[in-house]
Design a protein around this ligand. Sequence first.
Ligand code: RB5
Length: 146
Amino acid sequence: MKISIGSDHAGYRHKEALKKALEEDGHAVIDVGTASEDSVDYPDFASAAARLVAEGKAEMGVLVCGTGIGVSIAANKIKGIRAANVTNVEMARLAREHNDANMVAVGARITPVALAIEIVRTFLKSEFSGGRHTKRVEKIQDLEQQ
Ligand code: RB5
């Protein structure tokens, strides 16, 4: 799968570990940065990774900041993005199955890196259930036109 990944300085180390794990799994990872632990602004990197997903240049996206909150709020401003801030494996599965999320956000200050990798792997292998969830996701999309 083609996956965009982005973080701020707080998420940099997690991002690097996630990128390595995803590449080991055979995914093609498009890293939009950041490239060090020097202080940056998370909306810049969240929006860059989100645009790749929204434009179809990546199938899914992964975001990391200190909490996962800032990057998910920023990514959700991009039309077509459903970014879920996830703190455990069940949320990762349900974000795909119920919400058809196309980006997953984790917090480096909240979630240990091994769990973050497990969360992202679960997210990527889970599938949207459709059925009763379809019209709910469509209603989310409809909100973008209002
Ligand atoms: C950066 O200090 C921190 O505010 C950021 O990584 C993130 O947690 C924001 O939501």
